[in-house]
Design a protein around this ligand. Sequence first.
Ligand code: ATP
Length: 369
Amino acid sequence: MFEAGDRDFYSIAVFAGDGIGPEVMTPAKALVARACEKADAPAPQFEDLPGGAGTYQTLGSALPAASIDAARTADAIFLSAMGDPTVRYPDGTEITPQIDLRMEFGLFAGVRPVRTFPGMPVPLKDPRAQSLDIVLIRESTEGLFSPDAPGRVSEDEARETMLITRSVTRKLSNFGFEVARARAAKRSGTGQPGRLTCIDKANVFPAFAFMRSVFDECAKQYPDVTADHMYIDAAALNLVKRPWDFDVAITENMFGDILSDLGAALMGGLGFAPSADIGDGHAVFQPCHGSAPDIAGRGLANPTAMILSGVMMLEWLSVRFECPQTADAAHLLQAAVEEAYAGGTLIPTEAGGNHGTQDVADAIARALG
Ligand code: ATP
């Protein structure tokens, strides 16, 4: 662990990527830097790196070795969105270097907070939907996305394999229990214990029964956290009907891919949903959305998810480097986003309003001061 006083800057590897990626990355970098300046925290030193579908077209590699090396040595990786449906590998699959980074750095925990606050254009009418505070954790290196279990396609059939390992499930479960425990500690005084739900399909697939048994084994180490299970179909229903009942949940990669978009919808759209992919030594912070080629270049992208991913990056750096000023910077930026939306008049285009990228970024910048 580094001491806070050891450094006066953080090295941040930046992948602005494709489509709306650069459009949302530009204001996010400026706001993260401004928050650090205001909090007297180490300044972020951004290094822009090539990666994505455009890089594949120009350099012949979607993630050049030099970019991986620079990302490996950086303190954190800040990534917007990569990919373009019109640019594909010879086998027809899309360019997804963000998935390659997860595998490269073992980023098993895809943390997808579903957090809403007053003024956000949320779709559910129940007042409780305006103050959701859930954390979905998507396993991000195996499951149906495992590169160790590639699909096979022949003339007459196609097969995919789902890989669930004891070691990763254990790490994922323990990570989830720690998050649930830490959140409960922050709520101390409410008497509300932490709760971790394992979302699976253990009634049908032996792989999920295995995942559940490893989860149950880990639960014994966390008697202070309530551990329970839910089938994926029930989880999809409950996340729409009564999302406020969730606390923290872990799930398999493919299920998590789908549920995190559902979570984004609860926040008003993909442009509101931040995420962090966390491993033992590295972490990537990126919005849940993709490169959105349908709106790219038109100034319509909502940068909120990218900016909130910056908040998550500052929170993570503050813990990693034990730096309270960086925690203050995260707090200031989160508060600025909440203040910008508080009046209910800031409505990005994706939520039916007429505020584009610059309007949203300016509103948050004004609130940050
Ligand atoms: P990927 O598979 O790479 O995650 P995707 O296929 O889920 O990508 P996105 O690129 O995320 O697709 O876009 C899905 C829809 O959400 C599109 O209609 C897009 O315009 C919209 N969208 C995504 N991000 C934003 C944003 N930041 N602001 C506004 N709309 C967005």
